[in-house]
Write a protein that binds this ligand. Structure first.
Ligand code: V47
Length: 386
């Protein structure tokens, strides 16, 4: 204990330990110090305290499937390699019909998938009925799975084409099968970054407004932060504090998902890929500043399974899932070289580092396991059972 206190003192983080112990909130300056100290193990130690206080040894995972129903997008974000511009002649653009999306789901009929994650580009040709039919078709193909779909940007577009308010549209989307929303589109809440990288997209205030409407409708969502491009440390700290403020107001965020920028095939191809050191820090600082968000996800597909595994000791309590078919960055992606992990591999990642894997659904309800499987999944007692 003395050695840890000494290490924290040397890295100038001793007072943060005191704040965590007393349940006092961290502020902007704390965030800056957590981002700038070279001593990542000290930051990780603190983040792990916060992680274990919430989740004990648990690591959540989900059996999930991603569907990107169209890559046609009129937002032209500079960080994106996924989109095809609406009138582009290069033949890359596609739209899945509701039936085709349902057929994708049917391909996994033998697997106990719990979450279907659907996000896509902003394709101006899609009608309100298309979105409703898409949800209905996917839900009909897999009634036992929950659909986590549409970023705040897509929801703003859906309300626009419906020519109605979100307050009116959201219950209809829910009735068609929407259970939760992913956290994308948040990028970095900074006017400068918005202006430089994603000017055509909803701005920060707009994102907050949609998130408020979603949470007020009783739909829970995640929230992301895209890092490793042109953002500054100050902007990341402010992003996290904005998320925390909004969470104080609505309580609707389930999980924080830091997304590591993959520069390949984007307009920012010159930007170096993020390091394991940087990826672990994003997880840890997110865990420490977001004291009111229940979960922090290590999205292995972007940061590699190995770093995601380490992240389970740096603040993360969620490994996402089996993620069949992630297409947002995989095209020639340098990172997502392994597109699918089997459940066994996911469990092993967690168990190898002494964490207890627990299966969840899209809303973080624990999935009841048949007794035999359950003893394999939970190699130790859950905190709530202790
Ligand atoms: O908003 C786009 C990001 C997001 C790149 O909620 C990129 O559990 C890295 O929302 N390199 C969409 N990222 C994906 C998304 C998501 C993903 C995983 C889990 C969850 C969740 C949500 O993908 C976009 C953008 O921030 N993105 N381009 C890129 N080159």
């Amino acid at each position: 204990m003395k050695a840890i206190a000494e290490q924290l003192r040397r890295s100038g983080l001793e007072d943060i330990l005191g704040k965590i112990h007393d349940g006092r909130r961290l502020g902007y300056d704390d965030g800056m110090r957590l981002y700038t100290t070279p001593d990542l193990t000290a930051v990780g130690y603190l983040a792990n305290l916060a992680r274990e206080r919430r989740s004990g040894d648990r690591t959540y995972f989900v059996r999930n499937l991603h569907i990107n129903y169209t890559n046609i997008c009129n937002k032209l974000c500079k960080f994106c390699s996924f989109y095809a511009a609406p009138n582009s002649q290069d033949g890359r653009g596609y739209v899945l019909s509701p039936e085709e999306a349902a057929a994708r789901v049917t391909q996994y009929a033998g697997e106990p998938i719990r979450e279907i994650h659907m996000v896509a580009g902003i394709n101006p040709k899609l009608s309100y009925d298309y979105y409703l039919d898409l949800l209905r078709a996917v839900k009909a193909a897999r009634p036992d799975a929950q659909i986590k779909a549409f970023t705040m940007i897509e929801l703003a577009q859906i309300a626009r084409v419906a020519k109605r308010s979100l307050v009116e549209v959201l219950p209809e989307l829910q009735a068609a099968g929407l259970a939760a929303c992913p956290g994308g589109g948040a990028e970095v809440f900074s006017e400068r970054v918005h202006e430089e990288l994603f000017r055509a997209k909803l701005d920060n205030e707009g994102w907050f407004e949609v998130a408020r409407a979603v949470h007020r409708a009783g739909i829970r969502s995640n929230v992301t932060m895209l890092y490793g491009h042109i953002e500054t440390v100050e902007e990341k700290v402010r992003h996290l504090l904005h998320v925390r403020e909004l969470q104080d107001e609505t309580g609707g965020f389930m999980c924080f998902v830091p997304l590591a920028f993959d520069p390949s095939r984007t307009e920012l191809a010159h930007v170096p890929v993020t390091t394991g050191y940087a990826n672990l820090r994003e997880i840890a600082v997110g865990r420490l500043l977001l004291d009111n968000v229940e979960h922090v996800k290590a999205f292995w597909i972007m940061i590699t399974p190995g770093v995601a595994q380490m992240a389970l000791w740096y603040g993360a309590d969620d490994l996402d899932g089996t993620v069949s078919r992630y297409e947002i960055t995989h095209a020639l992606g340098t990172r997502s070289h392994r597109q699918v992990l089997t459940v066994e591999q996911l469990l092993d990642l967690s168990r190898e580092v002494g964490r207890v894997p627990v299966e969840r659904d899209a809303l973080y309800n624990l999935v009841e396991q048949p007794a035999a499987l359950s003893s394999r999944l939970r190699s130790g007692p859950l905190e709530a059972d202790r």
